[in-house]
Design a protein around this ligand. Structure first.
Ligand SMILES: [Cu+2]
Length: 663
């Protein structure tokens, strides 16, 4: 059973426990002793079942259970034991025909167990990992408050002193004043604990974590000086583009008209291509995007000053302003660009385009008799319609059999797309722009393309037709047909049921520049939902280690370090993790090492319950965004910065830490 299923099961059992303890409390209050006994027994059994689900999850990783083991289970365990001892005696007596099972202490203790159960569940959903002193105090205070209020409702401190010493008024008064004292003291303790706990929860974190490495050096360089200017390599040219961001109406081939945000009036924006050794120079102008825009070169390891992260590597480009990006085309492969300011809106509205750099020798190869077909195919959703390379229906190409075909798949959306290629065996030769080692021939598998990810797929054109199907929509997609169309149509079966290619077991291992043990810094990022400050406001956020942007500590590294990330997904949503400026080498997933080709990725899907170990060498100084590429998640807090020792930014308009960055 997957960790995700255990997480769901554990939530379910926890919820059942809450229901059982409350049912016990209510039936006991109503003096329905048989029902109450049954409910208490059920609650105890469910609580014991939770010990099992939590133990299994603990085996998957401490991050999944810390707050349950240290707080949730002990609270419900203690309160539940008290409930069994205090209520059980009377209930068993009632079952034997003596009394109605009711006792004030029984009712209070059973309800307290219910409060403990519900509080444990709330802590999991609101605070999660890591468990803090603040959360612990607030949770215990909450349960204590519930217990006190229940006791007060059953045994009022004043007024009807009826039962208490009616015949001996002085003793009655003494009991009442003792109770008042108890309630006041208890109330004061609860309020203080709740206040302290809540206050502690809102304290800002340390601004920086060092991941076990050393701290600050004295060399200081500004990201503004980490630029990519310089002439192209010998034989290269300068690839100049001007991209103007503007609102425009885009007409899809189906006739649908969409109000979009565009680069040069198009979605996707102009395709930028270059040959290795060229210099890419792009002038970005903002015509009328009120929020402002930038250009981020997704997966391209540009010098930091060209990275397009507003408030970190440059100011946001406001309407009427411009910014020039220059960087060498020294990295061959399939990439894309997009705005990095308010990108959860901007990219969805259309501010993205493709960037493809081909090897220098590829140009001479174009003279071969079978001219290769090389198609760049961004997949994106525009106004709710899935579009493949500008087309919201079928695209058809005529390709002579034997022609080498390369399809460059790019997912610019915030959710994964499923791609199926029917009619030919094929190879995935590159992932995120980086070639795989000896990728084997594939057929009848689905490809899950993560948000922001790219796959280059190749095959020689067969005699029949080939269909590329996106998200099982057989009416749309790309169709390649031999000229003349004499051959029968490729039958596209049920693409949804095909198994999914696991890239961690695809291709052949090869030498890698470092291993897990070489890492001299290690950062753990536990991804979840919870209440946290995001951009200065409390929110039900997408969190990293319980915090939201910009309150998540910067990760400090030094040039030359081998840095390891452990990325844990405690939530029930997929988080496509994306570090700027560096590809990461995938080491393992859920403790199982990668056994295929070395796999370098810039965006990897961490699905619910998964634990990924990745590493990279810090060779590109700067301050780099490190975030979930489900862009609404990034906007809801799931974003932090990886900062090289000694690098500063002049663009952070607040006090240096904790600025509002676009994303
Ligand atoms: Cu996410």
């Amino acid at each position: 059973m997957t960790t995700q299923l255990w997480i769901v099961l554990d939530h379910g059992v926890a919820l059942l426990g809450v229901a059982a303890w409350f049912a016990a409390g209510v039936t006991l209050s109503l003096r329905r002793s048989r029902l109450a006994l049954a409910a208490v027994v059920t609650a105890v059994l469910v609580t014991l079942a939770r010990v099992v689900t939590v133990a299994v999850l603990a085996g998957r990783g401490w991050w999944f259970v810390q707050e349950k083991v240290l707080l949730g289970l002990p609270m419900v365990g203690a309160a539940g034991t008290a409930a069994v001892l205090l209520a059980g005696r009377h209930l068993i007596a009632a079952a034997r025909g003596r009394g109605d099972g009711w006792s004030a202490s029984g009712v209070v203790s059973v309800f307290t167990a219910a409060y403990a159960a519900v509080t444990g569940l709330v802590v999991t959903f609101v605070a999660g990992y890591p468990l803090t002193v603040g959360t612990t105090l607030a949770a215990i205070a909450l349960v204590g408050a519930g217990a006190l209020l229940t006791a007060r409702a059953l045994v009022p401190p004043a007024g009807t002193a009826a039962g208490v010493g009616a015949d001996r008024p002085s003793e009655g008064r003494r009991v009442i004043s003792r109770r008042r004292l108890l309630w006041r003291t208890g109330g004061a303790v609860v309020v203080t604990a709740a206040g302290t706990g809540t206050g502690l929860s809102f304290l800002p974190a340390e601004p920086v974590t060092t991941g076990g490495g050393h701290g600050r050096s004295r060399t200081v360089v500004s990201v503004a000086d980490l630029r990519g200017a310089g002439p192209p390599a010998p034989g290269g040219t300068v690839r100049q583009h001007t991209l103007t961001a503007s609102k425009a109406t885009v007409r899809l081939p189906s006739g649908q008209e969409v109000e979009a945000w565009t680069y040069n009036g198009e979605v996707p924006g102009p395709a930028i291509t270059a040959t290795a050794g060229d210099l890419i120079e792009v002038r970005l102008r903002n015509a009328d995007i009120d929020d402002g825009v930038t250009l981020h070169w997704h997966g391209y390891d540009v010098p930091c000053g060209e990275d397009g992260a507003p408030g970190v590597t440059q100011p946001v480009v406001e309407p009427g302003a411009d910014f020039v990006y220059r960087f060498p085309a020294d990295q061959v492969g399939t990439y894309w660009y997009h705005t990095h300011h308010a990108s959860h809106v901007g990219v969805r509205m259309g501010l993205h385009g493709t960037l493809v750099v081909t090897p220098r020798e590829a140009r001479e190869a174009d003279a071969r008799p079978a001219r290769p077909v090389d198609l760049t195919l961004p997949v994106y959703t525009l106004a709710g319609t899935v579009v493949l390379a500008g087309v919201d229906g079928r695209t058809e190409h005529s390709v002579p059999p034997g022609t080498p075909v390369r399809l460059r798949l790019i997912n610019t959306d915030s959710d994964p797309h499923r791609i199926v290629l029917a009619g030919t065996p094929f190879r995935v030769v590159a992932v995120d722009g980086r070639d795989l080692n000896e990728p084997g021939e594939l057929r009848d598998v689905g490809l899950r393309l993560p948000a922001g990810g790219r796959y280059d797929v190749t095959f020689p054109m067969p005699d029949g037709s080939v269909a590329l199907v996106v998200d099982a929509d057989r009416e749309a997609g790309l169709w390649l047909r031999p000229p003349g169309g004499a051959n029968p149509e490729t039958r596209v079966g049920d693409t949804a049921t095909l198994p999914e290619l696991d890239l961690l077991r695809y291709g052949v291992p090869a030498a890698v520049p470092f291993r897990q043990g070489d890492a001299n810094r290690h950062f753990t990022m536990v991804l979840d939902r919870g209440v946290a400050m995001v951009d200065g406001r409390p929110a039900y956020a997408q969190t990293v280690n319980g915090r939201g942007h910009p309150g998540i500590p910067d990760q400090l590294v030094a040039e030359g370090d081998v840095v390891r990330f452990t990325v844990v997904n405690r939530s029930l949503e997929t988080h496509p993790w994306h570090l700027h400026g560096h590809p990461v080498l995938v080491l393992s997933r859920d403790g199982v090492p990668s056994t295929g080709s070395p796999l370098w990725m810039d965006t990897f899907d961490v699905r619910p319950g998964e634990v990924w170990e990745v590493a990279f060498r810090a060779t590109n100084p700067g301050i780099w965004m490190n975030h979930c590429h489900n862009l609404p998640h990034a906007h809801q807090g799931m974003m932090l910065r990886l900062r090289y020792d000694g690098v500063t930014t002049p663009f952070d308009r607040s006090t240096g830490e904790g600025a509002r960055h676009g994303h």
